[in-house]
Design a protein around this ligand. Sequence first.
Ligand SMILES: [Zn+2]
Length: 265
Amino acid sequence: MKSNVILHRCVLRWYLNMRTEKLLINNQEYIVEIYTEERNNATVSIRKNKIIIRVPININREEQFRHILQMKQWAMKKIMSNPERFKRREEKQYKSGDILQINDEQFSLEIDYSNNVSSSGRIINNKIILNISSRLSEEIKKEHIVTLLSRIIAKRRLPILEKKIHELNQQHFQKNINRIFFKNMNSRWGSCSENANINISTRLLFAPEIVLEYVCIHELAHLIEQNHSTNFWNIVQQAIPCYKEQEQWLKKMEIHVDFNYLFVL
Ligand SMILES: [Zn+2]
């Protein structure tokens, strides 16, 4: 079948067009993933413990090399300018008996391994029980633990979030809200859809109350102003005068607030 052939080729090309290098910055090793792909310009981003560079495929090798060098220099400068922010952190190895503190609640963790194909999790009172498939690689097992944990805790905390958002809405905005979700979002703290759904990142489960409150107000304010105009920020400021402090907290803690690390305030 023709479509299958095309798909296969795509996967293969994707694989061939990514290579990794290592870069030592401040005595710390960073993995650099370099993608050569269909695009107009070169970009670089700094993730947890790696740097991702993307360069256009339709330019010659010398030009690609020049872009890669530039992007690496940019990343190095950025990391050196704020070493604390980009400090490599040990990822949390969750195990049975761990206690997780989320806001005013404590959860104890039990992890069982079984021969099942899939992993699952449940919560009984304040005990979280995960059943992880032992057929998976260590890396994927860890991913399953982190994803299940964030989902279970988010489900448990959702009524509290809903109550908070409705209260803030009553107090400051009085707009119609459709549905409220905790979502496993990494690139955004929150979002507000056209049909008035409000999404909050599960990473904010680890944030102080006032920071979560600010993100809720920010998204509620988008029910009035969809952009980030001066008027939008005026509306935010009226509802939460100290919002700049919360913005700073989010910027500073951005790469640390994550279920991959046991986050302690
Ligand atoms: Zn916004």
